[in-house]
Design a binder for this molecule. Structure first.
Ligand SMILES: Nc1ncnc2c1ncn2[C@@H]1O[C@H](COP(=O)(O)OP(=O)(O)OP(=O)(O)O)[C@@H](O)[C@H]1O
Ligand SMILES: Cc1cn([C@H]2C[C@H](O)[C@@H](COP(=O)(O)O)O2)c(=O)[nH]c1=O
Length: 212
């Protein structure tokens, strides 16, 4: 596999999509071949699973079902999009990946993280990111950003209580501590330009993705 796999993680509303779009724009200006995708979703089947997962009417969804549906959506995305792109030497930018399941379903739902990791190793055939930008933000600020942006009703995950979201954030920070060589931890309370500048410098330093 010769491509480069970059993921964006963090609590809801941290600014992941905003930063992924900026990186994509920057790579495009330099003529790099890249693929942009997101989780859950990114393929026809994965998008259908996303609808099931986020629909607030599915409030009876068992936690085990939730874990497996995120993994199923991911399995399809890896098989249909991520792996072929990496094998083709492309850069893959992905809005959330396995770390989200470890944080939301592992730490958030209090399942053993090793168990969630094992399910996801199967789902992804072991495909792992080369670099992960963890945009860290207090959950109150992140959720406020989400609701201000959208103005629509919160989805099934967003409507979980604040204690849950705080466990998720703590989970992300624990993951970053365990793998400091893969994670780049960024304070996402900063303005968009400041956050982008950290990511841009890091990409230049680690992967020689040059340009201005
Ligand atoms: N650094 C920032 N400072 C202030 N507002 C920001 C910043 N980054 C993004 N936003 C705004 O916050 C909102 C959420 O941003 P964005 O969709 O990028 O976050 P996200 O982490 O992808 O959200 P989600 O978890 O819902 O996918 C948007 O309105 C966006 O313009
Ligand atoms: C991949 C993944 C996501 N989630 C949660 C996180 C968010 O609340 C939603 C996805 O919505 P977004 O607006 O596109 O970020 O799903 C999760 O709980 N577990 C996962 O593996």
């Amino acid at each position: 596999m010769s491509g480069l796999f970059i993921t964006f993680e963090g609590p809801d509303g941290a600014g992941k999509t905003t930063q992924l779009n900026r990186v994509a724009e920057w790579l495009e200006q330099q003529g790099f071949a890249f693929v942009r995708t997101r989780e859950p979703g990114g393929t026809k089947i994965s998008d259908s699973i996303r609808t099931l997962l986020l629909n607030p009417e599915n409030s009876e969804m068992a936690n085990e079902t939730e874990v497996l549906l995120y993994a199923a959506s991911r399995a399809q995305l890896v098989s249909e999009v991520i792996l072929p792109a990496l094998e083709d030497g492309k850069i893959v930018l992905c809005d959330r990946y396995v770390d989200a399941s470890l944080a939301y379903q592992g730490y958030g739902l209090a399942y053993p993280v090793q168990q969630i990791a094992a399910i996801n190793r199967f789902a992804t055939t072991g495909v792992q990111p080369d670099r992960t930008y963890l945009l860290d933000i207090p959950v109150e600020i992140g959720l406020r950003r989400v609701f201000q942006k959208r103005g629509s009703a919160p989805d099934r995950i967003e409507r979980k209580d604040i204690t849950y979201h705080k466990s998720v954030r703590k989970g992300f920070l624990t993951l970053a501590k365990k793998e400091p060589e893969r994670f780049c931890l960024i304070d996402a309370r900063q303005g968009e330009d400041a956050v982008f500048s950290v990511i841009q410098s890091d990409l230049k330093r680690h992967f020689s993705l040059g340009g201005n």
